[in-house]
Design a binder for this molecule. Structure first.
Ligand code: SF4
Length: 341
């Protein structure tokens, strides 16, 4: 059953002919296999698809954490030789990063392990005819994965199991806003994906403004747990840095970032801010290039990631169920101060 569900991606176990007939009949009578339901597909001009998915409440009613129906988003991004699927780990998010539209939803609920990996199954199934040989999964959709640790790890073990979805850890990335105890716990897992950390600022003072979680886990603590994180021979830590024009994109910021991560085996992904409903500016391309050059000149690999699916609100920081559910207008975030250099 496990192989049929996850390796062959079959959701009708009555058709699995190597199961005994009596068992198949019993499964048909007594069980239901339900994937998240596709409510809407938003198709981007660049080929990305933002899925709006409905999750049912747990039919058993036993687990308060899944008692609510919820709507979430998953993004499928095809490219020449592979597809990348960005999945959610919570409905909404409580972490409150100021540049992220998901934060305006607040936390609705944690997802179950089935709901987390079910998103990958839905996206793969919906694109079955056009799948490329390689699949990447990134846990970068709605939610902070390390605040739903047990369900996320259960889902990841199935995604990484050679007898199930069978992705290599090199092709699966968990992204955190910097939940230090969660990173320490992940470090001890025998089976784990790659780790990405949302840095987004070059000092505590600056990071406190855009990521309130920094008051709980400031940079010194965050970078200390990164220093002791056991990397595999092929692995780098990834630091993601959303560039907010005029706020954190100065050459001084780049030099501070270099100093922060100098002793780590790390690479940096620069993500120019994606316009959304929030009042921030997209950074000037020349400043993005200059920022990247300062980091690259110090020998740290750096990449500029222009997010896919911006026209359908599928890009980084844009997942907030737009056009899918009426919701109150978010309160405007406090203005960002340019910090003294
Ligand atoms: S960036 Fe991630 S952790 Fe921060 S509010 Fe958005 S979904 Fe939550």
């Amino acid at each position: 059953m496990y192989h049929a569900l996850y390796a062959e991606r079959r959701s009708d176990l009555t058709s699995v002919s190597n199961l005994p007939a009596a068992l198949r009949e019993r499964l048909a009578r007594e069980t239901t296999i339900a994937l998240p339901e596709i409510v809407r597909r938003h198709l981007s001009a660049d080929g990305a698809v933002r899925y709006v998915l409905a999750l049912s409440p747990d039919a058993s009613g036993n687990t308060p954490v899944t008692a609510k129906a919820a709507i979430i988003e998953t993004v499928f991004m095809p490219s020449q030789n592979r597809q990348t699927i960005c999945i959610s780990t919570q409905a909404g998010c409580a972490v409150d990063c100021r540049f992220c539209l998901t934060a305006t939803l607040g936390l609705i609920r944690n997802l179950t392990a089935g709901e987390i990996l079910g998103q990958a199954l839905v996206a793969l199934e919906d694109n079955r005819a056009a799948l490329k040989p390689q699949t990447n999964i990134v846990l970068m959709g709605q939610g902070e994965p390390l605040l739903n640790y047990d369900a996320v790890m259960t889902a990841l073990r199935i995604i990484l199991d050679p007898n199930a979805i069978a992705l290599s850890p090199k092709h699966v990335t968990i992204s955190t806003s910097g939940i230090v105890p969660g990173i320490a716990r992940l470090a001890k897992e025998p089976i784990r994906p790659k780790l990405a950390i949302s840095l987004n600022a070059s000092s505590d003072e600056q990071r406190n403004q855009v990521m309130p979680i920094n008051r709980k886990y400031p940079l010194e603590e965050l970078l200390s747990v990164c220093k002791s994180y056991p990397l595999r021979p092929w692995e780098h830590l990834t630091f993601e840095y959303v560039l907010l024009g005029g706020f954190n994109d100065a050459p001084e910021d780049a030099r501070r970032v270099v100093r922060l991560i100098a002793n780590l085996t790390a690479k940096v992904n620069l993500i120019p801010w994606n316009p959304g409903e929030l009042p921030y500016e997209r950074p000037d391309p020349a400043r993005v290039a200059a920022f990247g050059k300062i980091i690259a000149d110090k020998g740290i690999p750096v990449f500029v990631r222009d997010s896919r699916g911006q026209d359908v609100m599928a890009a980084c920081g844009q997942l907030a169920l737009l056009e899918s559910a009426p919701r109150p207008q978010p309160a405007p975030p406090p203005p960002l101060q340019r910090l003294p250099r």
